[in-house]
Write a protein that binds this ligand. Structure first.
Ligand code: MLT
Length: 273
């Protein structure tokens, strides 16, 4: 089921609310929308309540996290598992920093707690200029192929064309706002280190945007980490390897449920002593 939420005069956004069970929020990445999760949403919604927003064009990662919090409040969702793809992961980390009690677990799906390097900030500023000058369509055409791994380029190039077709009409203002949000986000390794619940790392073996090495460096920071390397995938595992990604999310959700039960049991035992 899809609905629209108004979170103030400047922001209105659409979200999907499907399935029933433990609440799982799926946050999409830059230049995408909630439909990016379509390959995984069907199987997951058989056992979870999935909340999948189309994020609004807000130019701060913290304000985007607040928009997600407003959505959860509106839906009376007290606690959830939050999984963010790339920019969605930056938002999840900001959310974990601000509202840790609202999360049972966190997932970084091709994402990172590191901030932008100066070099990356400069590239983003150039991209903003490019979008202002040439519009979003040319930007989407030129930038989308880099999201996919070598295997996809060689064996399934139709996935790249499909993504270009889907996002060719993207709002230039939203792209620019999200670039500005990503440029100004801080280092959130402390949020990762301090997070109380399990953290999932989904790493694309051929991802050139969030390289394997940087994900591996961060994966030891949380107290409990699940680390998965997705073969034949770049930055778009949900499109490039939906079967393995689906299994990874299922296993992680099972683990989180068991982890929660064990901790509840442990806390009860402590109180009884
Ligand atoms: C994304 O997929 O959200 C972006 O590639 C993230 C980034 O550029 O840092």
């Amino acid at each position: 089921m899809g609905k629209t939420i108004h979170i103030g005069p400047a922001a209105t956004f659409f979200y999907r609310d499907i399935g029933s069970g433990p609440a799982v929020i799926l946050l999409h990445g830059f230049a995408e929308d909630g439909a990016t999760w379509d390959n995984l949403a069907g199987p997951l919604s058989a056992r979870c309540r999935l909340i999948i927003p189309d994020l609004p064009g807000i130019s701060s990662i913290e304000d985007l996290a607040d928009a997600v919090k407003t959505l959860l409040d509106l839906l009376y969702i007290d606690k959830c598992i939050m999984i963010g793809h790339s920019m969605g992961g930056y938002i999840s980390l900001a959310f974990a920093e601000k509202y840790p009690d609202r999360l049972t677990a966190l997932g970084l799906f091709h994402s990172t707690a590191y901030p932008d390097s100066e070099e990356k900030k400069a590239i983003r500023r150039k991209s903003i200029e490019f979008i202002r000058k040439n519009g979003a369509d040319l930007f989407i055409r030129q930038s989308t192929p880099a999201l996919f791994g070598q295997y996809t380029h060689q064996h399934r190039p139709q996935l790249i064309d499909a993504m270009i077709d889907r996002y060719i009409g993207f709002s230039p203002d939203t792209l620019i706002a999200w670039y500005q949000a990503m440029i100004t986000r801080p280092d959130r390794t402390a949020a990762l280190r301090g997070f109380h619940g399990p953290v999932l790392f989904v790493i694309g073996e051929e991802d050139t945007i969030i390289p394997l090495q940087s994900s591996l460096e961060q994966s030891h920071l949380p107290a409990v980490s699940h680390i998965h390397l997705v073969k034949n995938a770049g930055h778009e595992g949900m499109h490039e390897a939906p079967g393995p990604c689906n299994d990874i999310l299922h296993d992680f959700i099972n683990f989180v449920q068991q982890y929660e039960q064990d901790h509840l049991h442990h806390r009860r035992n402590l109180r009884l002593r």
